[in-house]
Design a protein around this ligand. Structure first.
Ligand code: AMP
Length: 451
C-alpha cells in the first residue's frame, strides 16, 4: 500500500514526499483508514513504529484547513520531550496546509504559549499539567474539540496523570473521537480504555515484531561496572561503526559518571540527559545529537522518551532495564522506521534475571557475544560480590517465597524490605569514577575546613 491509497490530501502527500516517507508503516496502514472513518481507536504500538504519524496524518486530513479561533484537536503526551517530537512531526506534516499547531509544555515561559493559543489554533499538543495551567487562565475554549488523543497512555498512568486526564474529560465535549496509544496493554491502560473509548477498534503492533524486524540485538555478560566501562570504551574506539550512539543508564548518577568518563577517554563528545538537567540543556543536547555535533548521549529512561534521532547507529544499555517495557522503548530508539540498528546490553550476573524476563516479553533469545580479549576484565570488589549475592537471593525469593536463601546474613535480610534492594546493594553496585572520587575528596576537605 502507498500513501495515495489512504485518501490523504495533496498538501499532505507533498509533505510526505519531502520527508522521504515512501510507504506507510504497518500501524499507519491499519489505523489511518479507521481514524478517517471516525472510529475510536486503541493503538498498541511502541515507539519507532511510526505511531505518531499514524494519528497526526488523519487528524490533518480531517481538519483540512485552519478554521476559527478555537482548537479542534487535543493531543496529550506524558513528557515535554515527546511533546516536542509530536509537535515537530505535526509541523512537518502540515507544512503545506495552513493548519496551526502549538505545544503547551512546562519548563518554558507560559506567556508565549498563552499568546499563541489566543491568536487562534487548530491543534494543541500538551502535557496534562501545563494544559490545565493554561486552561485555568481562561484562554482556551474547548467547545470545538472533536478529536482527543492520549499518546503513551501507559507512561501517563505510570506518571500519575489519571486525575488530570479525568478533569480534562469533564471539560471537553462528550461527542468526539478518541484515540489512545500505548506501548503496552497493561491493566491500568485496559481500565482507561473502558472509561475513555467508545466501542474502539484495537490495532496491535507487537513489540517483538518491531524488535525482530529492525534491530540486531546482542548481550555481553560483563561481571561488574568497572569492566562495563572498559568494554564500552573498547567498543566506542571503533568510530566507523559506532557513529551515533545512545547509551542508557538506570540512574542519573550513573549517566552523569559515564558521560564524564567517556569525555575524559576522548572517544568523541558526549552529553548526559536526565531529570536533573534543565529543559533547555536537554533540548540542546537532542539537537546537537541529531545534527551530529556530538557523538552520543547518555540518558536515563524517562529523559530519553521522545528523542527522535533517525540514524542512531547503536543503543547501548549500560544497565539492563528493570522496567521491561523500557527495553522495547530503548531499543526502539535505533532501527527507527526504515533504518537498521544495533542494540547492545551489558548484563552482569545480577541482571541476568532481568534479561530473562525481557526475553520472555519480546519472545526472543538475544544473541550473546564474548567480551573481546583486549578488554581488561576487572575483579569484582568484596562489597560488589556481597551485594550481588544478596540481590540474587532476593530475586530467588521473589520467584519462590519459600526459598530460604543461600546467603548467610538471613537475619539481616529479614529486617530489610523484601522488594527493595538494600542500600548496601545500591552502594556496591555504583561505580565510582575518578571524577566522583575527586569530588568526594574535595567535598570531604571542605566540610572539614568548615568545621
Ligand atoms: P514514531 O514511532 O512515531 O516515534 O516514529 C519513528 C520514526 O519513524 C520517526 O523518526 C518518524 O519520522 C519516522 N517515520 C514515521 N512514519 C514513517 C514512514 N512511513 N516512513 C519512513 N519514516 C517514518
Amino acid at each position: 500500500m502507498d500513501f495515495e491509497a489512504l485518501k490523504l490530501s495533496k498538501q499532505i502527500l507533498q509533505a510526505l514526499v519531502e520527508l522521504n516517507y515512501k510507504k506507510p508503516t504497518p500501524i499507519q496502514e491499519q489505523i489511518i483508514p479507521k481514524i478517517l472513518a471516525g472510529q475510536d481507536v486503541l493503538g498498541i504500538a511502541p515507539t519507532g513504529t511510526g505511531k505518531t504519524a499514524a494519528f497526526i496524518l488523519p487528524i490533518l486530513r480531517k481538519l483540512n484547513f485552519a478554521q476559527g479561533e478555537n482548537p479542534r484537536a487535543l493531543i496529550f503526551v506524558p513528557t515535554r520531550e515527546l511533546a516536542v517530537q509530536v509537535y515537530d512531526n505535526a509541523v512537518e506534516l502540515s507544512k503545506y496546509t495552513d493548519l496551526r499547531c502549538c505545544k503547551l509544555i512546562g519548563g518554558v515561559g507560559k506567556q508565549s504559549q498563552i499568546k499563541e493559543v489566543s491568536a487562534g489554533i487548530d491543534i494543541i499538543i500538551a502535557t496534562p499539567g501545563r494544559f490545565m495551567d493554561i486552561y485555568a487562565q481562561g484562554v482556551i475554549f474547548l467547545k470545538k474539540i472533536d478529536t482527543l488523543v492520549l499518546d503513551e497512555a501507559d507512561k501517563m498512568m505510570d506518571m500519575g496523570f489519571l486525575p488530570q486526564l479525568n478533569k480534562i474529560l469533564e471539560i471537553i465535549p462528550a461527542k468526539r473521537q478518541n484515540l489512545l496509544f500505548s506501548a503496552t496493554f497493561h491493566p491500568k491502560v485496559e481500565e482507561l480504555t473502558e472509561e475513555f473509548l467508545d466501542f474502539p477498534i484495537k490495532v496491535e503492533i507487537e513489540p517483538e515484531k518491531v524488535v525482530v524486524d529492525l534491530v540486531d540485538q546482542y548481550v555481553y555478560h560483563v561481571p561488574n561496572a568497572r569492566t562495563k566501562l572498559n568494554l564500552l570504551v573498547h567498543l566506542l574506539e571503533n568510530e566507523s561503526e559506532y557513529q551515533r550512539v545512545l547509551i542508557f543508564a538506570r540512574t542519573r548518577e550513573t549517566a552523569e559518571n559515564i558521560h564524564r568518563y567517556l569525555n575524559r577517554k576522548e572517544v568523541g563528545k558526549w552529553k548526559a540527559i536526565h531529570a536533573n538537567k534543565g529543559q533547555n540543556t536537554r533540548l540542546n543536547a537532542y539537537k546537537e545529537f541529531s545534527e551530529g555535533k556530538i557523538r552520543g548521549v547518555v540518558a536515563t529512561d524517562v529523559a530519553a522518551r521522545g528523542i527522535d534521532v533517525s540514524a542512531v547507529s547503536h543503543v547501548i544499555n549500560f544497565d539492563a532495564p528493570v522496567m521491561y517495557t523500557d527495553y522495547v522503548h530503548r531499543v526502539g530508539r535505533t532501527g527507527r522506521a526504515e533504518n537498521e540498528g544495533v542494540a547492545i546490553t551489558f548484563v552482569s550476573e545480577v541482571e541476568q534475571y532481568h534479561i530473562d524476563k525481557i526475553q520472555d516479553l519480546i519472545r526472543q533469545k538475544i544473541k550473546v557475544l564474548e567480551i573481546p580479549e583486549e578488554v581488561e576484565v576487572c575483579n569484582s570488589t568484596y562489597d560488589e560480590k556481597q551485594a550481588f549475592a544478596r540481590e540474587i537471593d532476593r530475586q530467588k525469593r521473589k520467584e519462590d517465597p519459600s526459598y530460604k536463601g543461600a546467603f548467610h546474613e538471613k537475619k539481616k535480610a529479614k529486617k530489610s524490605q523484601p522488594n527493595k534492594p538494600s542500600r548496601k546493594t545500591i552502594q556496591a553496585y555504583k561505580f565510582i569514577t575518578e571524577d566522583a572520587k575527586k569530588k568526594k575528596k574535595k567535598g570531604g576537605k571542605n566540610t572539614k575546613r568548615k568545621k
